[in-house]
Design a protein around this ligand. Structure first.
Ligand code: FMN
Length: 216
């Protein structure tokens, strides 16, 4: 397949690059994972724009191996909650190691996923193991991971809060959502506004020195 080359139109930030980079860092540094949501509605149009932003992610050979399933239907959210709670109970009671449970203590997580009923949207990210017509995809996990990161960032930028939720195993999602075999459930992302008086653990992020090395 031949694809024509077209001129590239670079994005020009409204300020110089350093100012723009600082301003963006200030915004994304405010993102936090929350675990208590308000039932305040979020219009579908907002979610559509956030998903479009996620869909701009780069992907191996531009296969775009993702599908975002946006659920606001109360009955379906409840079904997902029930199934998620079942696997989470199994995780907390049987499968998680003592060390894992200890590492999770600070977050106050538990098998209770009642926020899934409250939050206006659940975005289920599916990783496509093949294209919809059975074709090869490349760097699936990397591609979907980048798109998911962009999804979280776009939601945050729109003033929405998210939770990156990974019930394990996640296969029940394909069944509940009636999705085809080549869609592998990747993540569940409740998306909405925080509940009144929502709190988050006082975590510290690594410093630049810890996360980066410069070889000038
Ligand atoms: C791959 C991944 C899986 C996660 N799974 C869960 C989860 O199942 N439940 C949960 O409450 N938080 C989950 N989190 C959220 C992390 O606990 C959270 O991102 C981390 O504590 C840092 O906090 P912050 O997002 O507020 O910076 C997950 C995050 C990632 C990236």
């Amino acid at each position: 397949m031949t694809i024509q080359q077209i001129p590239y139109h670079p994005y020009t930030p409204p300020a110089d690059s350093e100012t723009a980079a600082r301003a963006f860092y200030e915004i994304v540094n405010q993102r936090r994972t929350i675990r208590a949501f308000s039932d305040k509605p979020v219009p579908r149009e907002v979610i559509e724009q956030v998903l479009l932003a996620a869909g701009t992610a780069p992907s191996g050979a531009h296969k775009q191996p993702w599908r975002f399933i946006a659920v606001s239907n109360a009955e379906l959210k409840h079904k997902i909650r029930m199934a998620a709670e079942e696997v989470e109970r199994e995780f907390y009671e049987k499968r998680a190691s003592d060390r894992w449970l200890e590492d999770l203590e600070v977050f106050g997580t538990s098998p209770d996923k009642s926020y899934m009923d409250t939050v206006p949207w659940l975005i289920i990210v599916m990783a496509l193991r093949t294209t919809d017509d059975g074709g090869q995809v490349y760097y699936l996990n990397e591609s979907v991971g980048i798109a998911t990161g962009m999804l979280l960032t776009a939601a945050h930028h729109a003033g929405l809060a998210t939770l990156t939720h990974t019930p394990s195993p996640m296969n029940f999602l394909r069944e509940v959502l009636d999705r085809p075999e080549h869609e592998r459930p990747y993540m569940v992302i409740p998306m909405g506004y925080p509940a009144d008086h929502c709190t988050v653990p006082d975590l510290q992020r690594k410093s630049l020195d810890e996360i980066a090395l410069f070889k000038d």
